[in-house]
Structures are given as C-alpha cells and as structure tokens.
Design a binder for this molecule. Structure first.
Ligand code: AMP
Length: 306
C-alpha cells in the first residue's frame, strides 16, 4: 500500500556546537523519505533546481525511494541555513532562499494518485489542499505546518484541517494555532476542527498522540550524544507513516506503535549531521531501538494495585 510524501527537498547549511555543514542534503521530504523507506517504500513529490547534485538523488534511490514525482526546474535549489544554541534547544534561521521552491505547484504523477497513506510536509496550505484534490481515496492523511502559515494563511489552514486525519505539529505550533498554552487543550482544540487526531512533537520530551477520548505519550530516546536536531520531526513523521503503511493498522493501538517507530527514527536522525545517520540505519537497528523503547516505558503494577 503506497506511501506518498510532498514537501521540501533542500540544500541545508547547519551550524551546531559540534560542527557545521554546507549545502548538505536536507528538506522535510528527504528526512521523511530516508526514515520511512526503512519500513516501507516511499513515493516523493517535490522540486529541485538545476544545481541539485545528482548523487543526492541517487542516495534516495538507493534506499528504494521513488522519485518519479521530483521535478528538476531551471533555477537554484531551495537552500536553508540555521544555527543552533549551545544546548541545541533552540535555533535561529539565518537564511531561507526559496529558489525553484517559490513556484512549486505539486503535480502528483498518475501512478502515485492511488496512494493510501499521504504525508503533507510543511508547505503552503493551499498547495497541501491541491495535493488532496489529486489523490483518489487515501486511507490516512497526516499533515505538518509551521508558524509562518499559521500566521499568514490561517483560514486556508483551518479549511485544510477539515480534510485530514492527523495534524502533526510541534508544541509551539499547536499553542499558536489554538491560542491555548495548555498542550492538551490545544490538541483538543485541533481535533475539534476536523482531524481525528493530533500528534504533538515535543523535541527531547517526546511526542503525544491525542484523540477525542484517549492520549498516548512516547518519550524521546535517551541519547547521550546529539549532533544535529535538524529534521527530527520529519524523520518522526517518516517512521510513523512508514510503520502505518507497512502494517496497514490504523487502530489506536496500531497508531501507538507507530508513535514509537516515529520516535525511534527521530532519534536516529539527530545522532549525526543531516541525513548521515538515517541513510545507513538498518531495519534490524530499528527493531532493536523499538524494543529498547518498550523496556524504557514498561512497568508492572504491584499485585495490590493490579
Ligand atoms: P525540522 O528540523 O523538522 O524543522 O526540519 C528542517 C528541514 O526543513 C530542513 O531540512 C529544511 O531544509 C526544511 N525547511 C526549512 N524551512 C522550510 C520552509 N520554509 N519550507 C519547507 N521546508 C523548510
């Protein structure tokens, strides 16, 4: 059952206390694809410029990612530059050069239109809606967004919420969208506007899955070394959606498991710069880490309480 992602394909320049990269392979659709493809084949729709290195696309193909929906347009590729604080808890965007991404109008190739699982990466909500017009009958649609769209295209975003199953955002975005500082109330505000569920990413504090009558929390993996937090959220989304596409299980129990696969892939993403760690993550490593998550949170009640 096919898994489709639409989003940015970028050349990232990132500075952290541990080093820096220049024009490294990045972008939401790329982090999503490397993470998702470990679990299930991924189809990508996006755009790159004439300067985009062929070897970056080859690296994605080598992971079994289908790039039939990636257009090469005349002009510069999307470039993003950011610097992280000393404890990696915040980052400053130093430069965003849209290049060919400014005129991106996603066209879903005919062979992708039957996708059952769709992830709408962070792009203009009007374009996210246009993707939904082009796919026939997806079983589950999840969607990301960012503060920029919450501020500049709130009405379109609210319309989009009526057509998706899961909004997947970080905690500050959920607070800004809902106008509520309490993250649980913010999640319920979101699911009151269309999506069946909200996934709230909380960085080193893990992620929440909230439905009308139940909530699940996945911790972040307790890593002692973090090199570059870029793309953790997109890798989370790739692991989450990859696991759902692999199992076709959209029950709440299935989604709880998908949260842990998402958290596992997010943890691999931050262990090295850019996509370096995700690129070489094996299926066996994912299984091992998911088992470690189970150990991390499992407990038995004492007999008196059981
Ligand atoms: P995250 O760390 O999850 O926010 O994702 C970072 C990735 O998002 C980087 O690889 C960037 O290339 C990409 N990115 C940054 N700004 C934008 C934007 N305005 N639109 C789409 N993608 C972006």
């Amino acid at each position: 059952m096919s898994l489709l992602v639409v989003g940015s394909i970028a050349l990232d320049s990132v500075i952290t206390p541990f080093g820096e990269t220049a024009d490294a392979l990045g972008g939401a659709a790329v982090f999503f694809s490397f993470a998702g493809a470990v679990l299930h084949p991924v189809q990508v729709v996006g755009v790159v410029g004439s300067d985009f290195p062929d070897e970056h696309l080859a690296a994605l193909r080598a992971r079994g990612v289908d790039l039939a929906g990636v257009e090469r347009a005349a002009g510069d590729s999307f470039r993003w530059k950011a610097r992280y604080s000393y404890d990696l808890s915040s980052r400053e965007t130093l430069d965003t050069r849209l290049g060919v991404f400014a005129d991106f109008r996603p066209t879903i190739p005919p062979q992708f239109r039957d996708a059952r699982y769709v992830f709408l990466g962070n792009i203009d909500p009007e374009l996210q809606l246009s993707v939904l017009d082009q796919v026939h009958e997806p079983k589950l649609v999840a969607c990301d967004t960012m503060n920029y769209w919450i501020q500049s295209k709130r009405d379109v975003l609210l319309e989009l919420l009526r057509h998706i199953d899961i909004l997947m955002v970080n905690d500050s975005e959920a607070r800004e969208l809902s106008g509520d500082w309490n993250i649980y109330r913010a999640a319920h505000w979101i699911i009151g506007r269309g999506p069946r569920m909200a996934v709230i990413k909380q960085g080193e504090h893990g992620a929440l899955l909230v439905a009308a009558d139940t909530t699940f929390k996945s911790p972040a993996y307790p890593l002692q070394e973090v090199f570059d937090p870029t793309g953790a959220g997109d890798a989370f989304a790739g692991g989450f959606m990859g696991q759902i596409a692999r199992t076709e299980d959209v029950s709440f129990d299935g989604l709880r498991r998908a949260m842990v696969y998402g958290s596992a892939m997010g943890s691999f993403a931050v262990e090295a710069f850019g996509v370096q760690r995700l690129e070489r993550t094996t299926r066996a490593e994912v299984t091992q880490r998911v088992r470690a998550f189970r150990e991390l949170v499992h407990f038995d009640l004492d007999e008196a309480e059981a």
